[in-house]
Design a protein around this ligand. Structure first.
Ligand code: SF4
Length: 343
């Protein structure tokens, strides 16, 4: 598939009965997108995902989970995505992994997306894999690892897959319920890698892990990512991993990008008040923790969506939505009328 071919979101069987099979139209590249180093592998443009607020009322109010998101990911690049719960990160992960259809916008994967596959869509989505803390149903927990992985890999490749994620091949006979949270994530990783993906999405995988387990998992991901030249999108609250493991970071609020840039630049000198508040909260600076409730995503505020909670808000913030503007550091952008910018 050429890089110019738009992706048609797949109909996801049982999981997506409520979602339409949307053809994502190509849109022009906006100026706000930060450049990536190397070949762009995954390109997301003006992605919108509006979900019914009430599953039983299909035509009722809609939650704007993502609202005009742009993102580029290069081969071998690790990009972090941070934000409060409900920022839209998991929705983005599910759209990219083909589990959820977008309302509008485009998602493109460079190169031949369907090697040897009868279905281009099937081939495309096999190249984007998402891992998240497993929630195996009780019935599935009784399965052995070999049986659970059997649909995608078996025999010697199964042993190799387990070794690659740091698990002994002898564990293939164990039940899933015998594994702790860190090992269960490694199993998910093994299953994801078995499809030879180009893009790996880690969806808040640090949840429920101790610091030692986190460290081991991040080291494992770093080694595997480098070995396979995987593009990785890491949705996380772990700022240490953002700083030391990710080249760029994107800050999301109410489904919109507030700030993005090189990890060190954003973490050391955040330009957007929302990022500043997030980092202050993580550092335990109580005086600067975000005030007020997150607005109702069915009715996002006019102008800057952050203005009801922003300590720096002025009249212009209520009237006019700011666009991402380049700051003084190359590749660093912030969507704030008063952020320091490159003039
Ligand atoms: S545009 Fe205004 S309300 Fe929005 S973050 Fe900047 S100062 Fe705050």
């Amino acid at each position: 598939m050429s890089t110019d071919t738009p992706v048609r979101a797949r109909r996801c069987g049982r999981r997506s009965a409520a979602f339409a099979d949307v053809t994502c139209q190509p849109v022009p590249t906006p100026l706000s997108v930060s450049p990536v180093v190397g070949r762009t592998l995954l390109s997301v443009r003006r992605l919108r995902v509006y979900l019914p607020a009430n599953r039983l009322w299909r035509f009722g109010p809609r939650v704007r989970a993502l609202d005009g998101l742009d993102l580029d990911l290069a081969a071998g690049e690790v990009v972090a995505l941070i934000g409060e719960h409900g920022c839209g990160g998991s929705t983005l992960a599910r759209v990219l992994a083909g589990e959820l259809a977008p309302t509008a916008g485009s998602v493109r994967l460079a190169g031949d997306a369907s090697p040897g596959s009868a279905s281009p869509r099937h081939g495309l989505y096999r190249q984007v894999q998402r891992i998240a803390p497993p929630e195996w149903p009780r019935r599935q927990q009784r399965l052995s690892v070999a049986r659970w992985l059997g649909g995608v890999v078996h025999g010697e490749p199964l042993a190799a897959a387990l070794r690659e994620v740091g698990l002994a091949p002898e564990l293939a006979g164990q039940r899933l319920s015998a594994f702790d949270a860190g090992q269960a994530l490694r199993l998910q990783l093994a299953r994801a890698l078995a499809t030879r993906p180009a893009v790996l999405i880690c969806d808040r995988i640090e949840r429920g892990l101790g610091s030692e387990q986190r460290g081991e998992l991040w080291r494992c991901l770093r080694r595997i990512g480098a070995g396979h030249r995987l593009a990785q999108l890491v949705i996380t609250d772990d700022l240490d991993w953002v700083r030391y493991g990710c080249r760029r970071v994107v800050v999301l609020y109410l489904g919109r990008v507030m700030e993005q840039g090189p990890s060190a630049a954003v973490l050391d000198a955040p330009a957007h008040p929302y990022t500043q508040a997030l980092l202050a909260a993580a550092a335990g600076e109580h005086g600067r923790i975000l005030q007020g409730e997150r607005p109702d995503p069915r009715r996002p505020p006019m102008g800057c969506v952050f203005h009801p909670r922003c300590p720096m808000a002025e009249a212009v913030c209520v009237r006019t939505a700011p666009h991402l503007q380049r700051s003084r550091v190359p590749g660093h952008y912030a969507a704030c009328h008063f952020a320091p910018r490159d003039v």
